[in-house]
Design a protein around this ligand. Structure first.
Ligand code: SF4
Length: 374
């Protein structure tokens, strides 16, 4: 199988989206977030393209402004906010980094690597945003324009960075001897924070196994929708079974009957929930009255309410095992619960039954109220 890292990532987030995108090849317009990300990535490439003089911040801002696509935004306010955010990202980047100080090896570096072996061999492709030569090793950097930043722990185990490092090692195999000096980083541009980690050979092997596992899942042909906050940016909502109904107006079909059923269902459900809450409150009042007056039944105009005590039991696993094992019955129970024990109780000798009864302790006691209507 040939698969790009981004397709695999998309499968992990929602396998149905992967299917729409990579199997059914259904095209969707690029989202404004994706267009924004592309413009920022393009500007970062411009900033770091090796030259005698690195671009100044003003030149970088001019490049960003020229590449800006305002047509994807819904309102002028939204467009203005996004543009200002882009400007801020570039200015902050220059405050923290001097582009002239980096020794760039490659930018937007395309790769294709083989993973697995024999029948289970696959080709993975992708694009590494930037590779730098550092003082004693290399750094592989991926820029992110997402709002949410992951924990360091996630970066330490990030599959994307492991795949990128494998791609780097496929190009520079001798560097495996220097693996502890190879840094992998995610640069969160909106926060101006770079999270870095290194990998061991064992970690790389494990991430390859994980990658192969995901490929096996894809090949199994099961594609299920997965509702997450990422749905907000998914271009397939109007065909996805989880969201399609929301776009019913666009399909111009008569939905009056189902609309009314949905509304009534929601109203009834919330009425039931309110009733349950109120019932619990009243039950409390009646039970405390019964405690106070020392009565077990109360009489009203509508009916009689009686209190009863419901007990649930649990068994001492160790003791039950000690009783049943010598009788060759432990295997029939395996998990100690009332149902399993009841099934074998009849065939046990009297002494064993008595012992089992003794090994039973009250787990929970609940006071319940039974109503007899007049
Ligand atoms: S809308 Fe959500 S659940 Fe549906 S395909 Fe897109 S990401 Fe998956």
């Amino acid at each position: 199988m040939r698969i790009s890292y981004s397709a695999l990532d998309s499968y992990q987030n929602c396998s149905l989206k992967y299917k729409f995108q990579n199997i059914d090849h259904i095209k969707t317009p690029k989202s404004k977030e994706a267009v924004f990300g592309t413009t920022i990535h393009d500007t970062m490439k411009f900033i770091h393209t090796p030259a005698i003089l690195s671009p100044t911040v003003d030149e970088a801002l001019e490049h960003f402004s020229n590449a800006w696509n305002p047509t994807v935004f819904e309102t002028p306010d939204e467009e203005r906010a996004a543009f200002s955010q882009g400007v801020k990202i570039i200015q902050d980047y220059y405050q923290k980094n001097n582009p002239a100080n980096f020794n760039i090896v490659d930018l937007e570096s395309r790769f294709q690597i083989e993973i697995g072996s024999g029948e289970n061999k696959h080709i993975v492709s992708g694009i590494i945003d930037r590779i730098d030569k550092t003082e004693n090793g290399y750094e592989i950097i991926d820029y992110k324009t997402t709002k949410k930043m992951p924990s360091q722990d996630k970066v330490d185990n990030d599959l994307q960075l492991s795949v990128y490092l494998q791609a780097f090692l496929a190009r520079y195999p001798k560097e495996i001897a220097n693996i502890e000096k190879l840094t992998v980083s995610l640069y969160y541009l909106k926060h101006g924070v770079k999270l870095s980690a290194t990998r061991t050979v064992e970690q790389l092997k494990k991430s390859e196994e994980l990658f192969l596992d995901v490929i096996a899942q894809i090949e199994s042909g099961k594609f299920e929708p997965n509702i997450t906050p990422l749905c907000d940016w998914c271009g397939y909502q109007n065909i996805c079974p989880m969201w399609r109904h929301k776009f019913k107006e666009l399909r111009k079909i008569d939905t009056a009957e189902i609309d009314s059923a949905i509304n009534e269902y929601v109203e009834l459900k919330s009425a039931i929930s309110l009733t349950k809450d109120r019932l619990a409150e009243i039950q409390e009042t009646i039970l405390s009255y019964m405690d106070q007056e020392g009565v077990e039944r109360v009489f009203g105009a509508q009916g009689i309410i009686a209190r009863s005590l419901r007990k649930t039991y649990k068994y001492d696993d160790k003791k039950i095992r000690e009783i049943l094992e010598p009788l060759d019955k432990w295997e029939s129970v395996l998990k100690v619960d009332g149902v399993a024990l009841k099934q074998i109780l009849g065939v046990l000798p009297f002494d064993a039954r008595t012992e089992i009864e003794k090994a039973k302790v009250v787990d929970k006691e609940t006071k319940t109220l039974a109503v007899k209507k007049k």
